[in-house]
Design a protein around this ligand. Structure first.
Ligand code: A2P
Length: 349
């Protein structure tokens, strides 16, 4: 950080609240605020009554977890929400009415036309629209990592169609799902029956073609999120997207197989060059040395990793990509904190 910017940060700091602070994404939000030296004046940690009495550490100090209520946002300037859609539906407007800018990690507001849906590397200018309702939506984890990679290719070759299959980790469902994978794995290794509570079927040693609810068109909502959000963030409804989203027995980091068809020809070599220069992306693509993105390498990292970049031999202008990122970081908490950074740098005085 340069000297002048640092002085700016020292001069102005913000009252921040994390809603869903005890959850998988909430925990990550707290760590990222600390790691990135976000100018926090006060940090309010909010969760349900179940968490009353818990304390969480921020900058070496224990902070009590408070119960979320209608008066939780008095004096709060930035609210990072990740406690589920129904909590956001109810409390984000209450927070916004109290003068807090909400960055919402749920799907509660993503598809409303007057709510900006933002990936800082892709459409940071949309943050200005927070003024309409005081809410900025954070996209779905699978969409974020895909669109970060699609945007630089779209800019040079215009993407016509995307076919994506995801391999999503259980942390995207939350802490209980992570415990369920651990418990089922332990049970099976000890010749006991696995118990499924969070997912409809055993997730250990299995893949579930079912994330979120099924819709009338036969897709799941998670799959349609990738369609709706890609078009909204790219500002181009003509990009055709079809998705199959799969839950896999991985704790953390999502992987995606992405096939794209472009209007203009882009070779694999050109795509690698374009992606190497793009923000937030690391190209890991050296198959001869068995170098390609892996979920286990992406955990705890900020970047989105892309590899297996190759031309689709079945069509004229097509590319195949393998995209991996930490769903709790770039897919959720980091993207939200990056939005908050732009908010205070460019908009909040
Ligand atoms: P709590 O731990 O008190 O249940 P995850 O996505 O990892 O499951 O985390 C969900 C987060 O949302 C947790 O912090 C959880 O708090 C919080 N949460 C869930 N329901 C409520 C609620 N009714 N009011 C406030 N926070 C909630």
């Amino acid at each position: 950080m340069n000297y002048l910017r640092r002085i700016d940060w020292i001069m102005r700091s913000y009252n921040v609240a994390v809603v869903g602070a005890t959850g998988a994404v909430g925990n990550e939000m707290i760590s990222i605020l600390e790691e990135r030296n976000f100018p926090v004046k006060t940090l309010t940690l909010l969760a349900s009554e179940r968490s009353l009495g818990k304390e969480l550490e921020f900058r070496g100090k224990k902070h009590p977890v408070k119960v979320l209520g209608e008066h939780s946002f008095e004096g709060v300037e930035i609210g990072l929400f990740s406690a589920g859609g129904s909590i956001s539906q109810k409390f984000a407007p209450i927070a916004a009415a109290a003068g807090c800018v909400v960055i919402d990690n749920t799907s509660a507001f993503r598809y409303e036309p007057d709510i900006p849906l933002v990936i800082p590397e892709v459409n940071p200018e949309k943050i200005a629209e927070y003024r309409r309702r005081g809410i900025i939506a954070n996209p779905n984890c699978s969409t974020i990592q895909m669109v970060v990679v699609l945007k630089p290719i779209h800019d040079v070759a215009r993407i016509k169609r995307v076919v994506v299959s995801t391999y999503q980790s259980v942390s995207g469902t939350g802490k209980k799902a992570m415990e369920e994978l651990a418990e089922q794995t332990r049970a099976i290794m000890n010749f006991q029956d696995p118990v499924a509570k969070v997912y409809p079927y055993q997730i250990a040693f299995n893949c579930l073609p079912h994330i979120d609810v099924f819709l009338e068109n036969g897709y799941t909502k998670e799959e349609m999120k990738m369609v709706w959000e890609t078009q909204k963030i790219m500002g181009d409804d003509s990009i055709a997207v079809t998705a199959t989203t799969i839950r896999v027995p991985v704790f953390r980091a999502h992987s995606e197989s992405v096939n794209i068809e472009t209007e203009k020809k882009i070779t694999a070599k050109e795509a690698k060059e374009v992606l190497s220069r793009a923000p937030g992306i690391v190209v890991v693509d050296n198959p001869g040395k068995r170098e390609y993105p892996l979920a286990i390498h992406a955990v705890g990292k900020d970047e989105t990793f892309v590899g297996r970049i190759r031309e689709d031999t079945s069509i004229v202008n097509g590319l195949n990509l393998w995209i991996v990122s930490d769903n709790l970081r770039k897919g959720a908490a980091l993207n939200a904190v990056q939005i908050a950074e732009i908010l205070f740098r460019d908009y909040l005085k």
